[in-house]
Design a protein around this ligand. Structure first.
Ligand code: HAM
Length: 451
């Protein structure tokens, strides 16, 4: 029989890839996170939820009720509330126009939204003060660095409708207590920036001082001098330290009312044993503040971390009116949860979560596997934690997992058990087995677990 010779051409027709290697199939480029954003993985969330729970507990004990406002608000709320010339509004907001042409922004902070809600829901007419706490993500398009993210988490407390200095002290005490409860020793840096009038006078004094030093200012600081001179006080530009030391200080410009208020706050803090330091340069980056401003710092931090506050707040007596309500004093604070989280994680403050099951549900064959779905649910409803590997067919790997989960008992359901209406209960330590009526399975396991 003649041997049919195949030409390479024939091959090429049938199997083109054999003739000329096709260009390598492009694998899709993996997509990754946006800069400044991060995933919170299960171990991170153990820390975040723990911190939120501690804050919730303290807040509730002090009479704060939880509120949740939307992540998206009208841009005007923040422009008006936080201040048009602040870094937050000028440079850091995620802002876009909706299909209907409204300018909206992701919230960069919570105080403006909570104040809007207070006005919008007529809470001015409730017994005052109204005390809220909240937690959730905030968004600022900042340069990412240690402890600074573009989506970050805060928990805040706001007391609206109370002008008494003891309320300022109460909030600062809460900040200190929360840190303590989380195992973080902290110190408060505190200042008073007075009433808007006193601040305006001080601003003029500051502007004329820094104008006389203009040639020594960086370009960034020259811009601050024009737009937001108070921010010169927390400028970190080289050479500023000496200039600031000579600059007029807010305390010398405080109006009588603010001075008395500040003294009272400090007296209350002394009484409560909250450690604090006066910081004449503390002005904060949001325009709504009046009188008391403060930040909380962890004392045990290394150099880099020590520069980032774990909590910030102050009085905002003008905000309710600015947003369209009647004049109403208020004071509040917000914790930076990412910063608290990283401190707790660094010292492994929480035990790692170990997955555990009271009992393991194993199956053999298709009939057994089908039964595991309803049986699992029966156990869940009975409050018994069940481990499973419903997609696995090897009994060996199912038993290995049962051991890993620390289950004392394994239930085995195979074809025979389904047909007989029974189930096998295996004692994982002793290796012994017994057969029980499937209808009494939950009851039997409950008895064994002593539940
Ligand atoms: P804030 O100082 O801008 O104040 O933020 C409060 C805390 O949030 C900061 O101390 C810091 O721990 C954390 N934080 C701020 N920005 C970031 C970021 N980019 N990444 C990580 N953490 C950050 C406020 O937001 C005011 N609403 C606080 C307040 C409430 N004042 C009165 N009531």
């Amino acid at each position: 029989m003649p041997i049919l010779k195949k030409s390479p051409k024939d091959d090429a027709k049938k199997r083109p890839e054999a003739a000329a290697p096709a260009p390598a199939k492009k694998t899709a480029q993996p997509l990754s996170l946006l800069r400044g954003m991060r995933d919170l993985l299960p171990p991170d969330l153990v820390y975040l939820r723990h911190i939120q729970a501690v804050i919730a507990k303290v807040a509730q004990a002090y009479g704060f009720a939880e509120i949740e406002t939307p992540l998206v608000e009208e841009t005007a709320l923040f422009a008006r509330g936080v201040g048009k010339t602040t870094d937050i509004v000028e440079k850091e907001m995620y802002t876009w126009d909706t299909a209907s042409g409204e300018s909206v922004s992701l919230r960069p902070e919570g105080t403006a939204s909570v104040t809007r809600a207070y006005i919008q829901h007529g809470m001015l007419n409730m017994p005052q003060p109204v005390k809220f706490w909240y937690t959730g993500p905030m968004f600022r398009y900042e340069r990412p660095q240690a402890g600074r993210f573009r989506q970050f988490y805060q928990a805040g407390l706001e007391t609206i409708g109370d002008a008494d200095p003891i309320v300022d002290a109460q909030l600062i005490l809460i900040a200190h207590l929360v840190a303590k409860e989380l195992g973080i020793e902290s110190i408060v840096r505190i200042n008073s920036i007075g009433t808007p009038d006193a601040r305006a006078n001080y601003k003029n004094a500051l502007v004329s001082y820094f104008r006389s030093k203009r040639s020594k200012l960086s370009e960034e600081d020259k811009k601050r001098l024009l737009k937001n001179p108070l921010r010169l006080l927390d400028s970190k530009e080289p050479g500023m330290q000496e200039l600031k030391a000579e600059a007029p200080q807010m305390v010398d410009w405080l109006d009588e009312e603010s001075r008395v208020h500040f003294t009272r706050v400090l007296e209350y803090l002394d009484e409560a044993g909250v450690p604090y330091e006066l910081d004449p340069y503390l002005v904060r980056g949001l325009d709504y503040y009046t009188k008391t401003v403060f930040e909380l710092f962890a004392t045990s931090d290394d150099q880099e971390l020590a520069q980032s506050a774990i909590c910030g707040g102050g009085r905002f007596d003008g905000l309710v009116e600015l947003l369209g309500g009647r004049p109403t004093p208020a004071v509040g604070l917000a914790f930076g949860l990412d910063r608290l989280m990283s401190r707790l994680k660094d010292r492994q403050a929480l035990p790692p979560v170990v997955e555990h099951a009271d009992v393991f549900l194993a199956q053999l064959g298709e009939m057994g596997r089908k039964r595991t779905l309803p049986i699992f649910e029966e156990f869940r409803q009975a409050g018994i934690k069940v481990g499973e590997a419903m997609s696995k067919s090897s009994i060996k790997s199912q038993m290995e997992l049962a051991n890993k989960l620390g289950a004392k008992w394994a239930i085995v359901i195979g074809q025979k058990e389904v047909l007989d209406g029974t189930a096998i209960i295996r004692d994982m330590d002793a290796g012994t087995q017994e057969i029980v009526d499937a209808k009494k399975l939950v009851h039997e396991i409950r008895k064994k677990l002593g539940k």
